[in-house]
Design a protein around this ligand. Structure first.
Ligand code: CA
Length: 251
């Protein structure tokens, strides 16, 4: 059985900053019950929305049908091994970042994992805080940002501290407003639909009324430069530097 040394303090620090961090959906595929429970707890405390699967078939199905921002995938899995799961996703055109978990002495697993399309790996046993740090790096890279800071025109977002400034002046946002803004910022220049926002900002059991998104966008516009968030009629929203002009034509 894999042993994970969970640094309690680190998890608490993660949880402290996480309340306001952007909600990302993570799929965790791990057949070791104890490890799955521990990781799910750490990921949830770090602010992620987490689904988990205990075998390769279920994991593959979830990754194939649900929109995840990243996947933590164990390689030694019942029913379908992790490398096969990953190969099938990549063959089907799934591009979400995948971090694989391997047994320490199985270097050949790492090679097979990377060949199958893995983005990073961690050898067991590992520290939970390292998993969280690698996951953050993967999510940033996937969104096209190499650092924790995002600058869009007058807007500056420090995603590590969940701090926002406009023209250098601090902007006070509620946790949901921040998550909404961060999500749009990670997808800057792209149109994000209301459904996508609802899926990524709320837990399963939250009232998933997409009209509330409109209310939050309205509040954000009041607190920020109103031109930063464009409404793309019938499609959703887009966050862009107002100086660059609107790239999206109204539909
Ligand atoms: Ca395993």
């Amino acid at each position: 059985m894999a042993v994970v040394v969970a640094a309690e303090a680190a998890v608490v620090v993660e949880a402290g900053a996480a309340g306001a961090r952007k909600r990302m959906r993570i799929l965790l595929v791990e057949d070791d019950n104890d490890l799955q429970r521990l990781l799910k707890k750490a990921l949830t405390e770090a602010g992620y929305v987490v689904d988990s699967a205990a075998d390769g078939e279920e994991g593959h199905f979830l990754g194939d049908t649900e929109p995840y921002d990243a996947v933590v995938l164990d390689l030694g899995l019942p029913k379908l091994d992790g490398v096969r799961v990953l190969e099938k996703w990549r063959k089907a055109g799934k591009t979400m970042p995948v971090l694989i978990l391997t047994a320490r002495d199985r270097w050949s697993d790492k090679v097979a994992g990377f060949d199958a399309g893995a983005d990073d790996y961690l050898a067991k046993p590992f520290y939970t805080e390292e998993l969280l740090a690698r996951l953050r790096a993967l999510l940033r890279r996937a969104a096209g940002f190499a650092t924790a800071d995002i600058d869009i025109g007058p807007l500056h977002i420090d995603t590590r501290a969940s701090r926002v400034t406009l023209d250098g002046n601090p902007v006070k946002l509620t946790s949901l407003e921040y998550r909404l803004l961060a999500y749009l910022a990670y997808h800057r220049g792209k149109v994000v639909s209301r459904t996508e926002l609802v899926e990524h900002l709320y837990d399963q059991d939250f009232d998933r009324d997409s009209n509330t998104i409109e209310v939050f966008v309205g509040r954000l516009r009041k607190k920020l430069d109103a031109n930063l968030i464009q409404t793309v009629r019938g499609l959703g929203y887009s966050l862009e530097d107002p100086a660059l002009g609107t790239k999206h034509l109204p539909v």
